[in-house]
Design a protein around this ligand. Structure first.
Ligand SMILES: Nc1ncnc2c1ncn2[C@@H]1O[C@H](COP(=O)(O)OP(=O)(O)OP(=O)(O)O)[C@@H](O)[C@H]1O
Length: 690
């Protein structure tokens, strides 16, 4: 059993044979009680390493009965209610007595069993019906096989399941009345907590504000399972409680705002969505939530910029833009901010002043005269670092959303620097050493000696995937972390179906176009509407599904966008450098985001207006993280083979959210050169099917 406590990586390091490893992952620790083998499979190795007496612990929400939806229970309850109502109003006898047959004793079909695709045979002749490669979704059952398929990317063992009673309702108490009523207004009156929310209600609502016992938690659950609410409820309640008790820190250095909580996320789009959603929960409890986001400032690939140019670039989409963050004018006292949502680099910029990192970014400022377009000389503007816009001394809560991204090599420096700055501002100096990065999990280099930081604030990490690098970071830097995990972690949402589509060997853009037309043609048939594969694109007589297409490269996004536009399919093609991202709000995603996440999918829009919205969004992994897309996104197309399964889980997880139905279509080669790679992707996807 002590072997189980080690991560699979360390087990591998001990050169244990694969069979023994697999059998260890099957071993049932006593805490499981009578848990079924499926309860134990494929959850990330969340088992914290023991560090003296400070080892953290793990709790995984118990799986509910087999046919209950894992993600959003109330939707299913509503469906059943509607179905029952319909049945009650159907003429004919309701109860007939008949003999029980052998069939009655058979278990009902598994919920992910593939149903016959009845539309395929009825395709209009102009859409070539090239057969998907392998549409049968047979989840990989054998733990050994799962380990072989995806064990490189995820550590798959865990132990320590508590099956103690978890809350099955949102109730007041423990939630305050005002918060509960806003929550039910947003989610509907019958909403019930998802497994990860039940765990957070149990553990996090009891976290005292202002206490010296600062908590560290990890919330880990599959995409679309409600992690935002899982951390927002305890956070907003603690902020309001602190304000009511008079224990809220309100000190302010000078006249700058000093938030009491930070939510950090990797993209501006996500921070804007999170702050809009958080605001929808505070109508009755009145807190001040602000988004730090702004339009993206172009990164400086050029080495030589004039001081004036740099100053003006730093002004682009400055913090005044879009009214997102209002800095009080000099001399006036700042309005208090309770919660600030932003990317780590934007928050750091607000703390240290705009342009603080120009040296780090290797920007050489030419202090020489320039010329304007008329050849007139321009005096160089003296460049100065801007004044700080916020202070960190009041921060009692930090949420690191999408923690696996914020601690990956691209982001971890900003994230860790910010955490150290908050600690220092709160009187506990923590030295941040950018060199102190962990060697990659597969590296044989000796691990550096790590000083475990003692952060003087509550720290919550959330993630849908735990790559080995994050597991290693948490083990080393946060040994006393409490890990809360949903039983479906590292699985696709159960409401999401997977299909494969083979390239025909012709132009790939054409294959994608055909598949889009097919989706819409099926929509037309389902709505009882006559349409042909040619007319479906311009036909507004029925509601079309929206389609999200992921490519690996920006060039591919742009090419596909142009091609589809030429073929009469309006679309939004978005890459990290797209101009629309500069505008400082999420209007470029209006047609695709869920309404409560800031989208414009409103039922108030007329049918004509909805039909006019673009129905296809093409992008890279940029938009694969955290964004809550509308339920009308019923299809996600994966055009290029995903780089890894973590990427795949996030891309696919933009559909099938909150128990909604969705389908992910993976394009690939059935035969010929490169087919082996695509076959490998397909078999690894099977290991992720719930
Ligand atoms: N208990 C619930 N009942 C019904 N809907 C819910 C519930 N909890 C959350 N939702 C809805 O589910 C959707 C997905 O939630 P959220 O964006 O928090 O998921 P997530 O787990 O953070 O996903 P990701 O890993 O992709 O970031 C949201 O629209 C949210 O409002």
């Amino acid at each position: 059993m002590s072997l189980l406590a080690s991560s699979s990586r360390s087990l591998k390091a001990q050169h244990l044979p694969a069979e023994l490893l697999a059998s260890l992952f099957h071993t049932c620790p006593p805490q499981y009680g009578s848990a079924s083998p499926s309860r134990r499979k494929l959850v990330k190795s969340l088992e914290p390493k023991s560090k003296g007496g400070s080892a953290g612990r793990l709790e995984v929400a118990p799986r509910r009965s087999r046919f209950e939806r894992d993600s959003v229970p109330h939707t299913e309850a509503k469906d059943q209610f509607e179905a029952r109502k319909e049945w009650m109003h159907t003429p004919g006898p309701k109860f007939t007595q008949r003999r029980r047959t052998q069939d009655d004793r058979r278990p009902p079909p598994r919920r992910f069993e593939r149903r016959e695709d009845t539309t395929r045979s009825a395709l209009p002749p102009s859409i070539p019906d090239h057969k998907p490669l392998d549409t049968t979704i047979t989840p990989v059952k054998s733990q050994k096989q799962v380990q072989e398929l995806i064990g490189e990317e995820f550590e798959l063992s865990h132990k320590g399941v508590s099956t103690k009673q978890l809350p099955t309702e949102f109730t007041s108490p423990p939630l305050m009345d005002g918060l509960l009523s806003s929550l039910l207004h947003v989610l509907g009156p019958n909403a019930q907590p998802t497994p990860i929310q039940a765990l957070s209600l149990k553990h996090l609502l009891s976290t005292p504000t202002g206490s010296q016992e600062w908590k560290q938690f990890l919330l880990a659950s599959e995409t679309g399972s409600g992690k935002s609410i899982a951390y927002l409820l305890p956070l907003l309640q603690a902020l309001k409680q602190g304000e009511m008790d008079g224990t809220a820190s309100r000190s302010s250095k000078g006249h700058i705002a000093s938030p009491r909580a930070l939510v950090l996320a990797p993209t501006h789009e996500l921070t804007r969505q999170l702050s809009i959603f958080a605001k929808s929960l505070i109508h009755n409890i009145k807190l001040r939530i602000t988004c730090a986001s702004r339009a993206n400032v172009p990164t400086h690939s050029k080495r030589h910029v004039t001081a004036s140019k740099m100053a003006s670039e730093l002004e682009v989409g400055g913090s005044q833009e879009g009214g997102e963050f209002l800095v009080s004018p000099q001399g006036n006292s700042a309005r208090p901010v309770d919660l600030l949502v932003g990317t780590p680099s934007k928050v750091l910029e607000m703390v240290k002043g705009r342009g603080w990192d120009h040296e780090r970014r290797d920007i050489h400022i030419e202090d020489t005269w320039g010329t304007d377009e008329h050849g007139r000389k321009i005096r160089p503007k003296k460049f100065t670092v801007g004044p700080p816009e916020i202070g960190l001394e009041n921060v009692e809560w930090v949420i690191v959303d999408e923690a696996d991204v914020l601690f990956d090599p691209d982001f971890q420096e900003s994230t860790r620097m910010l955490l150290a700055d908050i600690a220092t501002a709160r009187g506990q100096t923590i030295t941040f050493n950018p060199e102190m990065v962990l060697p990659s999990p597969n590296s044989t280099a000796p691990a550096p000696t790590i000083e475990v930081p003692n952060y003087p604030f509550n720290l919550i990490f959330t993630t849908a995937t735990i790559p080995s690098s994050l597991a290693s970071y948490l083990d080393n830097y946060h040994p006393s972390l409490t890990r809360l995990a949903s039983p479906n972690l590292h699985k696709l949402p159960s409401s999401l179906r997977t299909e494969y589509e083979s390239w025909t060997g012709g132009r790939r853009e054409k294959d994608v176009e055909n598949r889009i037309r097919k989706v819409w043609w099926e929509d037309a048939i389902a709505a009882g509407h006559q349409a042909t594969s040619e007319s479906v694109t311009s036909d507004t007589g029925f509601e079309k599904s929206k389609i999200l297409i992921f490519c690996n490269k920006s060039a591919r996004v742009e090419d596909l966008g142009k091609y589809l536009t030429e073929r009469g399919i309006p679309n939004v093609a978005l890459t990290s450098t797209s101009e629309t991202r500069q505008i400082g709000n999420n209007s470029h995603l209006d047609a695709f985001l869920r309404e409560r996440a800031g989208g414009l999918e409103s039922s108030d829009l007329s049918k004509e207006d909805r039909a006019k919205q673009p129905h296809v969004l093409i992008t890279t992994s940029l938009l694969s993280r955290g964004l809550d897309f509308a339920p009308s996104i019923k299809h996600v197309f994966i055009m290029d083979a995903p780089r890894n399964m973590i990427d795949f889980l996030h891309r696919a997880g933009r559909s099938g959210r909150a128990g909604e139905k969705g389908k992910v279509v993976i394009f690939g080669k059935g035969k010929g050169r490169g087919a082996a790679k695509d076959r490998d992707v397909r078999s690894r996807v099977k290991a992720l099917v719930a």
